[in-house]
Ligand binder design. Structure first.
Ligand SMILES: [Zn+2]
Length: 335
């Protein structure tokens, strides 16, 4: 059995980050266990330390530019770990973080492939074509929307024309080509730990539940946000399935989640990408996390740190409690 698949505490930590190698559109899976990165086809290795045979284990430095030849002793031979790799010195941690910031700042590749701006059939027309509303209802809702200058067409159809919410939800699901999800099995306490609440507020997403310890269901009230879903997939190491949730159900679940303790989050605005890397390096050196990862969510850079090995749950990399986990979110001024 490859050592990465052993479920001991220490192994889970070292297995946390290097496995989230982006393979195609997501994380490589094999049943409920990760496929060790060394077994992925064409995978060259991410500087993961070899299984230790001696008690005097030495970790390899994760920085490509490291000059210490892997074995320079530092004050701590185990921490900080950033994206599965240990940095032997402040300089090496900075180099690792800079390369992660550069990677996240890129727009190309997988995220662009999600084509968030694909043209969609207007919801009203779609519902009309399905025979769920009449021409008259659509006209009434459109003119009410025009007069008020605000609100979504689905809301006007429900409020002005008495259209059942279920039809609007089904219409959105067809419009976005995604399933209708319910809030059944929703645990606000657990789901509050998935993502900083500021993202729940800003991007209209709601973590709903984890199924089979590998799929995270995420609900949206009006339209999917592919960029958020993709970022969540990178951060949690779970496969994210997005869908629309009926408006009232969504709002009720969302308020319950926002009432729970989430992961402690600090927001910072900085000047540029170099300042993000410098700040993250300083934070990593101060907090000495056993695991840490950076992902970009729209214009925000989200750093999550697991400060103790017990904080990594059995489900992807979801924290088991809000203790000993920290989020930092960086925004660049003017963006
Ligand atoms: Zn180094």
């Amino acid at each position: 059995m490859p050592f990465l698949m052993k479920k001991t505490g220490a192994m889970r930590v070292s297995a946390l980050m290097p496995n989230a190698v982006r393979v195609g559109n997501g994380v490589a899976w094999q049943e409920d266990d990760y496929t060790p990165s060394s077994q992925l086809p064409g995978f060259a290795g991410y500087g993961l330390p070899a299984p230790s045979r001696k008690s005097s284990e030495r970790r390899m430095c994760g920085s490509a530019e490291c000059e210490s030849g892997w074995t320079m002793p530092w004050r701590n031979k185990r921490r900080p770990i950033f994206e599965g790799q240990w940095g032997c010195s402040g300089r090496c941690v900075l180099a690792m973080v800079q390369s992660a910031v550069r990677r996240e700042s890129g727009d190309g590749g997988v995220v662009a492939g999600l084509s968030p701006h694909r043209h969609r059939v207007p919801l009203g027309l779609l519902m009309l074509a399905q025979g769920w509303i009449t021409q008259l209802q659509l006209q009434k809702a459109l003119s009410a929307q025009r007069v008020s200058g605000s609100g979504k067409i689905g809301e006007w159809l429900m409020n002005e024309c008495g259209v059942e919410p279920d039809y609007v939800t089904r219409g959105l699901s067809m419009q976005w080509g995604c399933p209708v999800l319910t809030t059944e099995g929703f645990s606000p306490e657990a789901m509050a730990l998935v993502v900083p609440r500021v993202f729940v507020e800003r991007f209209g997403l709601l973590p709903l539940r984890v199924a089979g310890s590998r799929i995270l269901y995420v609900g949206f009230a009006d339209g999917l946000d592919a960029a958020s879903a993709f970022a969540l997939e990178q951060m949690t190491e779970l496969k994210v399935e997005s869908g629309v949730v009926e408006g009232a159900q969504f709002e009720a679940a969302r308020s319950r989640l926002l009432a729970c303790d989430g992961v402690e989050t600090k927001l910072e605005t900085v000047e540029n990408m170099d300042s993000i890397a410098a700040r993250i390096t300083a934070i990593l050196e101060q907090k000495q996390p056993v695991a840490a990862r950076l992902v970009r969510v729209h214009q925000d850079y989200w750093l999550r740190m697991w400060l103790e090995s017990g904080t990594v749950g059995k489900t992807g990399s979801l924290p088991v409690s809000h203790e000993d986990v920290r989020d930092h979110i960086f925004a660049i001024r003017g963006q």
